[in-house]
Write a protein that binds this ligand. Structure first.
Ligand code: HEC
Ligand code: HEC
Length: 427
C-alpha cells in the first residue's frame, strides 16, 4: 500500500498540472462561453483546515501565493513555511486522497454542478436532495439559464482574478494584495446575516452590494455599470461555484481526517451538499436588523446624547472586556500586524483612522460588521455580548451604534476635536 500510495502521489500532481494546462489552453479561446468539453479541474492546492496562528510583520511578496501547491511550503521564504515543522495537520495536501475516492467525488460534483459551459445545481430526480435543491434553485436563483449567463460574464470579468473554479487563484491573483476571494470554503466576509461565524453564508444582497460597490481599498472593482440582470446572474454563479467548491473542500477534508468512512463518497458528498444548500437558504432570511438609529443630530439634547454615545463607543473600543477592539486594532489599527485568515492568506486588522471600509461605508454596514463580525478574517461577532454588557451595566443604549458613532468620528480631525477624542496618546 505504501508503494502504491507514493507512486500515485507523484503521478497525481502531474495529472493535475496537465489538467490545468489543458484548461488554460482551452480558456485562451475568444468565445464568450467556455468550451463544451472543459471540466472544472480537481483541486490540487492545499486545504487549510484551521487558520494558521502566527502574526507576521509583512505580507507575502508580490507574485507569491503561499498556498498554490503544497510543495511551496518547503520554500523557506514562504510565510507558511513553519507549518511544515509545527502544525502540519492544519494545512493538508488533497492530492493524497486515494485516486478511487477522488474519482467518485469528481463524478458526484459533475453530476450535481455540471461543467463551466453548462453549470447547474441538481440531484437525481425524486431524491430527497433534489427536493431541497429545487427549492434552492428557486429561492437562490440557480436555474441553469441564469447560471449559464453568469458563467459567460464570470469568464470575461472575474476569472482572471477569482479563477475557473472560484479558487481565488486566477493569473492576476498572485499580483494583487489582498488576494481575491477563494469561494470554495463557502465563507464570505461582508455579510449581514446573523448566523454563527464560520457557517453563515452571504445573502444575495450582500453579494450584490459587493459587486455594485467593489471592495474599497482592494483591487476588487465595482461592476456597477453592468445591468441588474447581469449582476444577479453573477451573484448566482458565485453561489454555484461556492457550493461546488465547499462540497469538494468538505469531502476532501473529511476523508483526510477520517481513518475509515462509514459512508460511500457520494453519500458523504450528498450529505454535505444538503447541509450547504440549507445554510445558503437559511442565510437569506436571517438578516441582522439594527435597532433604530437613536440619535437626532438636530437638537441640543440630541447633540449631547450623541457626544455621550461617542464616548461610550470609545470606552468600549479601548477597554478590554466585552469589546476591547484595540487588542486587534492596536493604535486604532495604525500598528496592526499581519495574521492569517481561514483561507491561509494574510489579513491585517484595518487602520480605522483612514475611513476606508471594505464591506461598505454606510453606518448600517459598520453596524453589521461589528454586530456579526467578519467571517473568515477572525474578527469576532460582538453584537450579543455588547447588548448583554449594556444590560448588565444598565446602560439604556445600543453599544453597537455607540461604536459606529465613534468609528465615524475617528478618521476626521475636526470631528475628533469637536468630540474630544484623542488618538495620539499611547494605547
Ligand atoms: C482585479 C481582481 C478582481 C476581479 C477582476 C474581481 N475580483 Fe472579486 N475580489 C477581489 C479581491 C481582491 C477581493 C477581496 C479580498 C478580501 O477582501 O479579502 C474580492 C472579493 C470578492 C467577493 C467576496 C466578498 C466577501 O464578502 O467576502 C466576491 C463575492 C467577489 N469578489 C466577486 C467577484 C465577481 C463576481 C467578479 C466579476 C464580476 C469579481 N469579483 C472580479 C479581486 C477581484
Ligand atoms: C480578533 C481580532 C479583532 C478584533 C477583536 C476586532 N477586529 Fe475589527 N478587524 C479585524 C480584522 C482582521 C479586520 C480586517 C478584515 C479585512 O480587511 O478583511 C478587521 C476589520 C474591521 C473593520 C473594517 C471593516 C471593513 O468593512 O473594512 C472595522 C470597522 C472593525 N474591524 C471594527 C472593529 C471593532 C469596532 C471592534 C471591537 C468591537 C473590532 N473591530 C474588533 C480583527 C479584529
Amino acid at each position: 500500500v505504501t508503494i502504491r500510495l507514493s507512486i500515485s502521489a507523484i503521478l497525481r500532481p502531474l495529472a493535475g498540472a496537465a489538467a490545468a494546462l489543458a484548461a488554460l489552453l482551452a480558456l485562451s479561446g475568444c468565445e464568450d462561453s467556455y468550451p463544451l468539453d472543459l471540466r472544472y479541474p480537481p483541486r490540487t492546492d492545499p486545504l487549510v483546515v484551521k487558520a494558521p496562528v502566527r502574526e507576521l510583520p509583512y505580507p507575502d511578496r508580490p507574485g507569491q501565493l503561499p498556498l498554490f501547491t503544497f510543495a511551496d511550503l518547503r520554500e523557506v521564504h514562504n510565510p507558511l513555511h513553519y507549518q511544515i515543522v509545527e502544525n502540519l495537520n492544519d494545512v493538508r495536501d488533497p492530492v493524497l486522497v486515494p485516486a478511487e475516492q477522488r474519482q467518485e467525488l469528481y463524478a458526484f460534483l459533475e453530476e450535481s454542478f455540471g461543467t463551466p459551459a453548462q453549470p447547474r445545481v441538481q440531484a437525481a430526480p425524486d431524491s430527497e436532495l433534489e427536493q431541497l435543491l429545487a427549492r434552492a434553485r428557486a429561492e437562490l436563483k440557480l436555474e441553469p439559464e441564469i447560471l449559464e449567463r453568469g458563467s459567460v460574464l464570470y469568464r470575461g470579468q472575474c476569472l482572471h482574478c477569482h479563477g475557473l473554479t472560484g479558487n481565488g487563484q486566477g493569473p492576476t491573483a498572485r499580483w494583487v494584495n489582498p488576494h481575491p476571494r477563494d469561494y470554495r470554503q463557502g465563507v464570505f466576509k461582508f455579510t449581514s446575516t446573523s448566523q454563527d461565524l464560520g457557517v453563515r453564508k452571504a445573502r444575495r444582497d450582500d453579494l450584490l452590494r459587493t459587486l455594485r460597490q467593489g471592495v474599497d481599498g482592494t483591487s476588487m472593482p465595482s461592476f456597477g455599470l453592468l445591468s441588474e440582470q447581469d449582476l444577479e446572474a453573477l451573484a448566482s454563479y458565485v453561489i454555484h461555484l461556492s457550493m461546488r467548491g465547499q462540497v469538494e473542500y468538505n469531502v476532501l477534508g473529511y476523508i483526510m481526517q477520517t481513518a475509515s468512512l462509514d459512508q460511500t463518497v457520494p453519500e458523504l458528498a450528498a450529505a454535505f451538499l444538503a447541509q450547504i444548500a440549507n445554510n445558503w437558504l437559511e442565510a437569506q432570511a436571517s438578516i441582522i436588523e439594527p435597532t433604530p438609529y437613536p440619535y437626532d443630530w438636530n437638537s441640543a439634547e440630541g447633540e449631547e446624547a450623541l457626544r455621550k454615545s461617542i464616548e461610550r463607543g470609545r470606552d468600549a473600543f479601548l477597554k478590554p472586556g466585552t469589546a476591547g477592539c484595540i487588542a486587534c486594532h492596536p493604535n486604532y489599527g495604525r500598528q496592526s500586524t499581519y495574521r492569517f485568515d481561514v483561507w491561509g492568506t494574510m489579513v491585517r486588522p484595518t487602520d480605522l483612522t483612514r475611513g476606508v471600509y471594505r464591506g461598505g461605508r454606510r453606518p448600517v454596514d459598520l453596524y453589521w460588521r461589528i454586530y456579526g463580525g467578519i467571517n473568515g478574517a477572525l474578527m469576532a461577532d460582538f453584537g450579543k455580548a455588547l447588548q448583554a454588557d449594556a444590560k448588565a451595566r444598565q446602560i439604556d443604549a445600543d453599544l453597537v451604534w455607540d461604536l459606529v458613532n465613534f468609528l465615524q468620528v475617528l478618521p476626521h480631525e475636526k470631528m475628533r476635536q469637536k468630540y474630544g477624542i484623542q488618538i495620539n496618546r499611547d494605547h
